[in-house]
Design a binder for this molecule. Structure first.
Ligand code: AKG
Ligand code: FE2
Length: 245
């Protein structure tokens, strides 16, 4: 994903699921007997919520009917067809005297997500910050129990010519000693279009007038090409199949 700087250590563990099947969902029958069922239900709920939001975007942007829905028909069917990912994230407690954990360490470096949008559920530990459009100040995201944050991603920003922004965000290590010695959990659902989708603002904004410059100069890429370009900008040209983060 992410626009991290390649130097600052990121203190987190992640588990990504791109395809909802038995092979990809860990079954820890003894320690977590209901895990597979719970995570499958959660993933399906996130997919249903994403479908609802895609419909709402169609209404808000007055797109041709099913314009977004048809382009997101393969969510969680595998990253060979669609990069949608459910990510479980654990940020371990900070131990100040361990190497790499104090000076300059972050939980998740500043970045924008790549896809259409991200649904983010977080616990109450805090640390998530966003940069709102037009400003460079980092704002704390509070925690409302049960709430889900919707973060615009980069493809949505290209598609809508920045009417919906990709929101820069990060997770900082809490300053207060008592809080930093507790771990933090979050779950993100990265909603992506099908890989072959051409990310063309002209399809989405068909009813809106465009300037002459926008209509002639625009080069159109597929979702797959744009994501590969992101990976190679972030990790270097040899990183072909790395996942978001
Ligand atoms: O853990 C969080 O709250 C944010 C994670 C995130 O932004 C990401 O994995 O892209
Ligand atoms: Fe993110």
């Amino acid at each position: 994903m992410e626009r991290f700087d390649g130097k600052t250590p990121e203190l987190r563990h992640t588990y990504n699921i791109c395809k909802l099947d038995d092979k990809n969902i860990p079954r820890e029958a003894e320690t977590l007997p209901d895990f597979a069922e719970e995570i499958t239900t959660l993933a399906n709920d996130f997919t249903a919520l994403s479908t609802f939001i895609l419909k709402a975007l169609e209404v808000a942007l007055e797109t041709p009917p099913k314009c977004f829905l048809d382009k997101h028909s393969e969510m969680l069917s595998g990253d060979d067809v669609n990069m949608t990912t459910l990510r479980m994230i654990y940020y371990p407690a900070i131990v100040d005297d361990e190497p790499g954990q104090s000076e300059g360490a972050v939980r998740c470096g500043a970045h924008v997500d790549y896809g259409t949008f991200t649904l983010l559920a977080q616990d109450s530990e805090g640390g998530l910050e966003v940069q709102l459009p037009g400003g460079d100040k980092w704002e704390r995201v509070g925690h409302l129990p049960g709430s889900i944050l919707i973060n615009g991603g980069e493809l949505l920003s290209i598609w809508t010519r920045e009417r919906y922004h990709a929101v820069p965000h990060r997770v900082v290590v809490p300053e207060r000693a008592k809080i930093r010695t507790r771990g933090r959990h979050s779950i993100a659902y990265f909603c992506h279009p099908d890989n072959s989708t051409m990310i063309s603002p002209r399809d989405i904004l068909a009813n809106q007038t465009e300037s002459a410059e926008e209509s002639t100069d625009e080069k159109i890429y597929s979702a797959y090409e744009l994501i590969q370009k992101k990976f190679s900008d972030t990790y270097g040209p040899s990183s072909q199949e790395s996942n978001e983060s």
